[in-house]
Design a protein around this ligand. Sequence first.
Ligand code: PGA
Length: 265
Amino acid sequence: MPGKKLYFATNLKMYKGIRETVSYLSQLEQLTADMDPETVQLFVIPSYTSLPDAVRSLRHKRLLLGAQNMCWEEKGQFTGEISPLMLQELGISIVELGHSERRHVFGETNAMINQKVIAGLKSGFTVLLCVGETEEEKNWGISDETLRIQLKTGLKDIPPGLTGRLWIAYEPVWAIGINGQPASVEYARDKHELIRNTLYEIAGTDGREIPLLYGGSVNPSNADALILQPSVDGLFVGRSAWNAADFNALIRSAIHSAAYKQQCT
Ligand code: PGA
């Protein structure tokens, strides 16, 4: 029986400009050229300004590209925003919504993210909805409540039948970035199970099919153990992915561990 499809992705945040992004993508494409997108889905989320060149630079459609954010409106008085129509013009396939930095640095609310999720799905994108509790929420013992609120409000009234284009990244805020503490594998597994159950409540059996990626200080020493968790379908990697050779090595090691586990079961 074939194993589950695995997802590996990185968000380049506000780090790489056009030239660096194009060079990174070309290296990553070459290094991962033998990976079958039917079983391993790779995607990269560059800065807005790099997206047009990034799209043109790709030689294959194996690697997907996404935007880091999107406005819910198609047009209007929204200075500084990027609309779904503008992203459609670029030919990208994914929009990442609700990343922790959008929520906590730029004050995006669950209600705003919900409007974006609906607009993203209606506009034909695959939506990567990011959820995660803050350290304070964890210490207050309300991580589960926070995640359920983010999911139930973020996915409220999503158009029926479109969950096939919905992916979720669980990224505990306290695990993200240079000062982050990676979640233990057990913690990540428990929260993924909670998310899976909540998705079932929201979307019924379709909720069981939604890919769940873990993010937050994923690195070569925890990636294999994380991907082995039945509730983890993929890894959403920041710093450890921004060198193409390192990301390729991390992906290969994780795939190898997953394949080995598959053989042994
Ligand atoms: P990190 O970033 O891997 O550098 O912690 C993760 C993210 O923000 O998606």
